[in-house]
Write a protein that binds this ligand. Structure first.
Ligand SMILES: Nc1nc2c(ncn2[C@@H]2O[C@H](COP(=O)(O)OP(=O)(O)O)[C@@H](O)[C@H]2O)c(=O)[nH]1
Ligand SMILES: [Mg+2]
Length: 253
């Protein structure tokens, strides 16, 4: 299966960062696309894809529901570890998909058998390391636990891709459970551990960080097209003399 998409003309022409209201409006367009138990069941997607990952109970489903302003989009389970599928959601106005969110199964849930845990860790790592079109990873962490060993292992696995330009954001969830000074401390410690990625505090309860994260995800998926650099040929063709006069004479310092 292949998801056919096209960029809406009006939006591809103006890629400036939208205000929070526009970014949230865009997030609100999220709709269920498909679900898969294995990587080879996932459709090819020709728009940027953003993966949401994190330990069970970190607040991932709640975060996705808050960002998209939809109560039931990602099922906020009271029984962690139940969502053992990769769920894809399409984003984009007027039914035109311009980005995809991937909700990955939570890891580290104690009540899941060891073999199930290992199977899911493998599926997830394979996805993160090899999924074509993956543009960014959002790692959800409960700041009262900080980045755990499993989070660190995940970061280690994706580090080569992050170094090649894959975006990375750590969201510290449930910030309402921390005092202001605890929030500041969690932020600075996580910044040291996030391997150069972004870090944001987030609270679904207090709607903290919602605007900021929505705007960041928009930016990730709608990069401003670089203005085409002038090639020597085109510059020479346009104005050979004035162009040459800008250059230093050979040997001159
Ligand atoms: N106080 C508070 N609780 C939260 C917040 N986000 C999630 N939770 C709670 O944390 C638990 C796990 O959330 P859930 O979204 O299901 O986590 P998931 O397993 O990572 O998808 C639930 O009881 C949520 O109500 C938040 O921002 N503030
Ligand atoms: Mg969940």
């Amino acid at each position: 299966m292949s998801i056919k998409t096209q960029l809406p003309v009006a939006e591809s022409a103006t890629n400036a960062v939208p205000d929070a209201k526009q970014a949230l409006g865009w997030m609100h367009t999220a709709r269920f696309l498909t679900t898969a138990a294995q990587l080879d069941q996932l459709p090819t997607v020709d728009v940027p894809e953003i993966a949401f990952v994190g330990r069970s109970n970190a607040g991932k489903s709640t975060c996705i529901n808050t960002l998209t302003q939809q109560k039931q989009l990602a099922f906020a389970s009271k029984k962690p570890g139940r969502t053992q599928h990769i769920n894809l959601f399409a984003l984009g106005r007027q039914g035109v998909t311009d980005a995809v969110l991937a909700d990955l199964p939570g890891y580290g849930y104690a009540a899941v058998s060891r073999s199930d845990k290992l199977r899911w860790q493998r599926v997830m790592l394979n996805y993160l390391v090899s999924r074509p079109g993956l543009t960014g990873i959002v790692l959800l962490c409960d700041p009262r636990l900080g980045m755990t060993e499993l989070d660190e292992a995940l970061l280690e696995a994706v580090r080569p891709r992050v170094e090649q330009g894959l975006k990375f954001l750590v969201i510290l969830t449930k910030a309402d459970k921390l005092t202001r000074s605890e929030q500041a401390k969690a932020l600075s410690i996580t910044r040291l551990n996030a391997g150069g990625g972004e870090v944001r505090l987030f609270s679904a309860l207090k709607k903290q960080g919602v605007d900021d994260v929505a705007q960041l995800l928009w930016q990730w998926t709608h990069p401003v097209a670089p203005t085409a650099p002038e090639t020597p040929d085109s510059a020479a063709a346009a104005s050979p003399e004035s162009d040459a006069s800008q250059l230093d004479e050979p040997g001159e310092d």
